[in-house]
Write a protein that binds this ligand. Structure first.
Ligand SMILES: *[C@@H]1O[C@H](CO)[C@@H](O)[C@H](O)[C@H]1NC(C)=O
Ligand SMILES: *[C@@H]1O[C@H](CO)[C@@H](O)[C@H](O)[C@H]1NC(C)=O
Ligand SMILES: *[C@@H]1O[C@H](CO)[C@@H](O)[C@H](O)[C@H]1NC(C)=O
Ligand SMILES: *[C@@H]1O[C@H](CO)[C@@H](O)[C@H](O)[C@H]1NC(C)=O
Ligand SMILES: *[C@@H]1O[C@H](CO)[C@@H](O)[C@H](O)[C@H]1NC(C)=O
Ligand SMILES: *[C@@H]1O[C@H](CO)[C@@H](O)[C@H](O)[C@H]1NC(C)=O
Length: 402
């Protein structure tokens, strides 16, 4: 133990305090969603959001297992979920698993029958050489003899209207597939679709990612250049590496980040109305995805998904403790704005960026009037008693050892 090398009890006290002070000054304290009136994101455009959800797929060993591919088209869509995880309300309250196919109206320029199957969505053991997690979520797509089996999950709610979402993810596998994280609002006419995409094309160079405010083409087949950016991942990363992919949707712009760095922003055709959140892994033999070779497969793998958002849904079942009294809960979209003019009436402002624990927010400030940063005042004050307790403990332990 390091204790043996300490010259005196006093020195250990000094060491403990000096170790604790920078920590207290630098990091706001961890809290939980129920104490947060809203969430402030960092980035090119700081934004406030009223809700937060976090899905952690890193420690789900009890559900892990790679299901064999179902080779029969008739059995694919109706396949049952691959583990009880996908039957839990934590999952089903938020997500729907796709089972549609492109045989009828969704053909576009596809040349291959594609069927989404619940069987392609599963928790997998992380067998990396140096695994960063026990498990992750996998979305699988594979070319079979008669069809392409694919995977899609979409939010139950169609009511997302502005958000900042992040996934720690990678794409691996063969050419001819697409993996994606996006927002989507369907429409009868192509020109009316609202959609903001992050897409990895597995036939591309491995450091290239496509970002688009759809539609990026017209019914006549012309491309709309302003709608899309091909970006290079930063720091020599490629999409087979685990990286945090982030998408911020604000009223004025779509912005995408990799590991905290902006890689693309598009203000043209930014989605306006409430949308769904969707992930998928697919291929249909069309021009965009290309073809996969028979029995080739590709995978979108996700360790966690973290999202702050505003919602147009009116269910106010998740009222927050602190702000409810003042009726400052954001509730239905716009209520707070109408009442007070802007977001600052949210008194308890949290962050999912500055946290030390992924998925758990920290309190940035508590009480909008004073706007005193909790990290500097309350944080330090809270630390002093624990430093004293720790030091006392260290001293007594040390005394006992001697
Ligand atoms: C947001 O804050 C986190 C934590 O301080 C940092 O890692 C990240 O790079 C920041 N992102 C942006 C876009 O500023
Ligand atoms: C494709 O979807 C249609 C409409 O839901 C359904 O009738 C058909 O059976 C599906 N085909 C396959 C092979 O799953
Ligand atoms: C972006 O990538 C796509 C597919 O890889 C390619 O067809 C298109 O020409 C590229 N666009 C630009 C502007 O480089
Ligand atoms: C958008 O990205 C470009 C670089 O691609 C950058 O110059 C610009 O400042 C960004 N705009 C905003 C508002 O972040
Ligand atoms: C995919 O393969 C089919 C034949 O199976 C072919 O008709 C089609 O043109 C191919 N698509 C592309 C983008 O090469
Ligand atoms: C989210 O909703 C709150 C309350 O209506 C509003 O103040 C805030 O600006 C909204 N965020 C965005 C990015 O529009």
């Amino acid at each position: 133990m390091a204790m043996d090398r300490l010259p005196s009890p006093l020195a250990s006290l000094v060491l403990l305090i000096s170790a604790a002070i920078p920590l207290a000054a630098a990091s706001p304290s961890l809290t939980d969603d129920s104490r947060c009136g809203c969430f402030l994101t960092n980035g090119t455009e700081d934004s406030f959001f009223s809700k937060h959800s976090f899905f952690d797929f890193r420690n789900l060993a009890q559900y892990a297992g790679v299901p064999a591919v179902i080779p029969n088209s008739a059995d694919s869509a109706s396949a049952s979920s691959t583990s009880d995880y996908f039957k839990s309300t934590a999952w089903t309250d938020w997500w729907m698993v796709g089972s549609w196919n492109n045989s009828l109206n969704n053909r576009g320029d596809s040349t291959v029958l594609m069927i989404n199957s619940p069987n392609n969505i599963y928790i997998e053991a992380n067998n990396d050489k140096v695994p960063a997690s026990q498990t992750f979520l996998t979305l699988r797509t594979q070319r079979l003899e008669e069809f392409q089996t694919a995977a899609e999950i979409e939010s139950v709610s169609p009511g997302f209207q502005f958000l900042s979402m992040r996934m720690l993810a990678r794409t691996i596998g063969a050419k001819g597939a697409i993996t994606a994280m996006f927002t989507y609002r369907g429409a009868d006419k192509l020109a009316d679709v609202q959609e903001a995409d992050l897409e990895v094309l597995t036939r591309d160079p491995r450091n290239l990612v496509h970002y688009t405010n759809q539609p990026s083409y017209t019914v006549g087949g012309d491309t709309i250049e302003k709608a899309t950016e091909n970006a290079t991942m930063p720091d020599g990363l490629d999409w087979t590496n685990w990286a945090v992919h982030r998408f911020d949707w604000t009223p004025t712009m779509s912005t995408w980040f990799v590991n905290g760095k902006v890689v693309a922003n598009i203000s043209f055709q930014t989605p306006r109305d409430s949308s769904k959140v969707i992930f998928n892994a697919w291929s249909d033999g069309g021009q965009w995805s290309g073809n996969m070779s028979t029995f080739d497969a590709a995978y979108l793998q996700i360790q966690w998904f973290d999202i702050v958002y505003n919602s147009t849904e009116t269910k106010s079942s998740r009222k927050r403790n602190n702000d409810v009294d003042e009726q400052a809960d954001f509730g239905p979209h716009g209520v707070l704005a109408k009442r007070a003019g802007e977001a600052s009436t949210c008194k308890t402002v949290c962050s999912i960026d500055e946290t030390s624990k992924q998925g758990q927010p920290v309190m940035l400030w508590n009480n909008a009037a004073a706007r005193s940063r909790v990290s500097l005042s309350g944080g330090l004050a809270a630390w002093i008693p624990s430093v004293v307790v720790l030091a006392t403990f260290a001293l007594s332990t040390r005394l006992l050892w001697y």
